[in-house]
Design a protein. Structure first.
Length: 282
């Protein structure tokens, strides 16, 4: 049975991640890869032929747009944060020595912009209609959203000033410092984490400042095999804690993402992985 999608306003969830989207070069090829690896089905979006929306069991998960060449941006998974006023938020970004690369522009039922924070991590802002009950860590939405950056505390201050985190406004996101990283909560659920320690000018993309998305799959080995068969590559070893295992992959165009799956019943409850691996769901 399909899931009824009820839209709401970005003002209702301001400051929280409200969507993730892949900026790709080849929409058809990206749909083929992610459809096979993650079990997604696609429908055309409202933003034209260059956009599609991924669904799992009738529930919207993420978007793909053939935008990398059009807007001269990198092929990457990008989170979008809900804002009440895209133009005012873009001004805040520029005032804090960060970059607004594209927009704000009108798209369908709202306005969007692509920006880079002061360390170069790309993110989006969205003003307009959003999908009610789409939330990181819940239902079919991404399992986890993380910012890998140099200074987690400084990054948290930047995003708090831009997105009104911990502002005292009713309904704002709250921020706490837990286990050496910053946790962002909207309501009762954790919706993003900020991890510090990325190395300046490091050649390894795993430690460059960036937003990173984790997607759920029912079986990790099948996702890895399918990704490899279709031209993707593994960039980390498989890691595990007592309940989940996960791996970071690169798609054929270069976008990084992590897939995570429950451990098989015979391995659940096993000792935690080596120190420093960091569960995506902790």
């Amino acid at each position: 049975m399909g899931v009824t999608v009820v839209p709401t306003s970005s003002e209702d969830v301001f400051g929280a991640p409200c969507w993730v989207s892949l900026t790709a070069r080849d929409l058809e090829a990206a749909q083929h890869f992610y459809g096979a690896v993650l079990g997604w089905h696609f429908r055309p979006g409202r933003l034209g032929d260059a956009f599609s929306v991924a669904f799992v069991n009738g529930a919207p998960v993420a978007g793909i747009g053939a935008l990398a060449e059009s807007f001269a941006v990198s092929v990457a998974w990008i989170p979008y944060f809900a804002v009440a006023d895209a133009d005012a938020t873009a001004a805040k970004i520029r005032e804090r020595s960060a970059t607004v690369a594209v927009g704000p522009l009108s798209f369908g039922l709202g306005r969007a912009a692509l920006a880079a924070d002061r360390d170069g991590a790309i993110f989006g802002i969205w003003q307009g209609r959003v999908i009610r009950d789409w939330a990181v860590g819940r239902s079919r939405a991404p399992a986890c959203l993380e910012l890998y950056t140099r200074d987690a505390f400084a990054a948290a201050i930047f995003y708090a000033e831009v997105l009104d985190w911990a502002s005292g406004r009713e309904g704002c996101c709250e921020v706490s410092y837990e286990s050496d990283h910053v946790v962002l909560r909207h309501g009762t659920g954790a919706v993003a984490r900020i991890r510090g320690g990325a190395v300046d000018e490091a050649p390894d993309p795993q430690v460059r400042p960036r937003w990173h998305v984790h997607f759920r799959v029912p079986e990790l080995s099948r996702a890895i095999d399918t990704a490899t068969l279709l031209g993707g590559t593994a960039v980390t070893p498989v890691r595990a804690d007592g309940t989940h295992n996960w791996i970071t992959l690169r798609d054929p165009e270069g976008a990084l993402f992590t897939v995570t799956a429950p451990l098989p019943a015979d391995l659940a409850g096993a000792p935690v992985a080596a120190a420093g691996t960091g569960s995506p769901l902790d």
